[in-house]
Design a protein around this ligand. Structure first.
Ligand code: ISL
Length: 527
């Protein structure tokens, strides 16, 4: 059976503002991305996911779309996009766009019309409701970025719903015309040749018809975001959203093997439903954030990998990610030594991995001076340690001015160690994080056991996390030491390690132990 391309692929997420600037305005752009494609080929990835590139007032840096079928002038235009897409395809890579269906910008012409009057034909394209008799919002829903999810519109005397910023009004997918318009958007880009979409907060797109209050969250503490005060029971994960995602998949399938990645945050059992059934599939990859959300402890990871694998439907393909434009940098979170182990974990687990730009250089936590913070979530909830700018800093290419990112002042500061921690410095350096990523990606490409093989977790204890990957006659052992002491290599039934294919330390000294913070991949043979 020929496997679909996205099962053996490795996805690389580009945050376009921060990858490569080509015109000196300090903000990355599409021509800049095109210039750096050969870096991505040499790295060894297969597909690129671009965070939003559409016209936007940038209140949420592109996740507030003002025109779903255009290109933000700061990033280029449709001609630049077509050139980029052709250049991506010419290198045998794929391109996935970020589709933002839950909300548009408040500057989108649809919303401008919708808010113009109560009887405007587009009024119902968004979610408008009267105030309660006491003037308060229609229900208790909270915006992800804090405060009520309802904004009062004095001109027409109603509230509109926004799950994120007030400048990101939620679209009403129960309205058939809106739904048709959004499917036309998907067709527009599929016709242009894109290989799929990452779908922003897909689980949000339909809300309970009666807009019932959400129940309070019994586990909430002030250390958590305001959003978590309530459980998002009625504002997310509605049956109608599953039905729409099945229709999106049917459309994607009508173009061949186009990939849909759904951004979904749910416990395993409900998460797995987003695969849909064999007869009526939904998204191929409901994005799995568990390596980001959980503590970096061997027993925790062992359990979550086992539980996640067990929760997948037979036709469901797994996926993993350790970093994104919304999450703290992995190297900042677990330290540089463990970030190497994390890279090995991400690229040896069963399933499609997504790499986030800059993680392959081991960029750690970048502290942003207060006067340079741009993230609207951070600006609205400064008391919480949630600054997303820290993972959105410009990509350090080399040690020239502004790290080769731009000839002008970058929109966010660089990582403090950019003069030594940059792509050029790490390229020729055998022990660098970049070399490790390249070696891992090359190994993954060379061994079917790693890219598409089965997985069996070993029953280890302490700081050791270990599993086997197998395909045909090939059997590999991956042993990861998540602690600062040495650990014994696991015994694996009747098999013994005969050759070390790669160690995060560069060399493996043929002993029966792993050094502190070491991860290694071994070939196994029968005893
Ligand atoms: O950022 C978060 C945690 O740090 C999440 O709560 C985030 O809001 C959620 O993951 C949804 O993210 C997506 O949609 C948002 C946008 O701000 C994020 O950048 C995007 O990834 C609204 O479009």
């Amino acid at each position: 059976m020929k496997r679909p391309w996205w099962q053996s692929a490795v996805i690389y997420q580009i945050y376009p503002r921060s990858f490569q600037d080509s015109d000196g305005d300090g903000i990355g752009d599409l021509a800049g991305i095109e210039r750096r494609l050969d870096y991505l080929v040499a790295l060894g990835i297969d597909a690129i996911w671009l965070s939003p590139i559409f016209p936007s007032p940038m209140k949420d840096f592109g996740y507030d779309v003002a025109d779903y079928c255009g290109i933000e002038p700061m990033f280029g235009d449709l001609a630049t996009f077509d050139r980029l897409l052709a250049a991506v395809h010419a290198r045998g890579l794929r391109l996935i766009l970020d589709f933002v269906p839950n909300h548009s910008s408040d500057q989108h012409p649809w919303f401008v019309e919708s808010r113009a009057s109560r009887d405007n034909p587009k009024r119902d394209w968004y979610i408008w409701r009267d105030a309660k008799p006491d003037g308060s919002p229609p229900n208790n829903w909270i915006s992800d970025f804090g405060g009520s999810a309802w904004e009062w519109d004095a001109a027409t005397g109603q509230f509109y719903l926004h799950a994120f910023l007030k400048e990101q009004p939620d679209l009403n997918w129960r309205n058939p015309e809106l739904k048709r318009a959004m499917f036309d958007v998907l067709r527009f880009w599929l016709d242009r040749g894109v290989d799929g979409f990452r779908i922003d907060v897909l689980w949000h797109i339909v809300k309970a018809a009666d807009l019932t209050d959400n129940p309070p969250n019994p586990d909430w503490t002030p250390a958590r975001t305001e959003r978590d005060r309530v459980l998002q029971l009625h504002s997310t994960d509605q049956p109608e959203a599953h039905a729409i995602s099945a229709e999106m998949r049917a459309l994607a399938n009508s173009y061949g093997e186009r990939l849909l990645v759904g951004e979904i945050f749910l416990p395993n059992e409900r998460h797995a439903r987003w695969y849909g059934s064999v007869e009526r599939p939904q998204v191929q990859l409901p994005f799995n954030f568990q390596l980001i959300e959980n503590d970096w402890k061997a027993d925790r990871l062992r359990t979550l990998i086992a539980d996640y694998e067990a929760s997948l439907p037979a036709h469901g393909w797994p996926n993993w990610v350790i970093g994104s434009h919304d999450a703290p940098r992995i190297a900042g979170r677990v330290g540089e030594a463990q970030a190497r182990v994390a890279a090995m974990l991400l690229l040896t687990l069963r399933g499609t991995p997504t790499l986030y730009q800059g993680d392959e250089l081991g960029i750690g936590r970048v502290d942003i001076p207060a006067d340079r913070i741009r993230d609207p979530q951070h600006l609205r909830q400064p008391q919480l340690d949630i600054g997303r700018d820290r993972s959105r800093t410009p990509f350090p290419w080399d040690d020239s001015a502004h790290a080769g990112f731009s000839t002008g002042e970058p929109w966010l500061p660089l990582n403090a160690d950019w003069r030594t921690r940059n792509a050029a410095a790490q390229l020729g350096e055998p022990g660098s994080m970049l070399s490790l990523y390249r070696d891992l990606l090359a190994l993954r490409r060379a061994h079917a056991a790693l890219s598409v093989g089965d997985i069996a977790l070993l029953d280890t204890t302490g700081d050791l996390l270990a599993y086997e990957r197998m395909s045909g006659n090939e059997r590999l052992l991956i042993a990861l030491n998540l602690g600062g002491g040495s650990v014994m290599l696991p015994r694996s039934g009747d098999h013994r390690p005969v050759r070390c294919l790669l160690s995060t330390r560069g060399v493996w000294d043929l002993s029966d132990t792993l050094a502190p913070n070491e991860g290694a991949i071994f070939e196994l043979e029968d005893d």
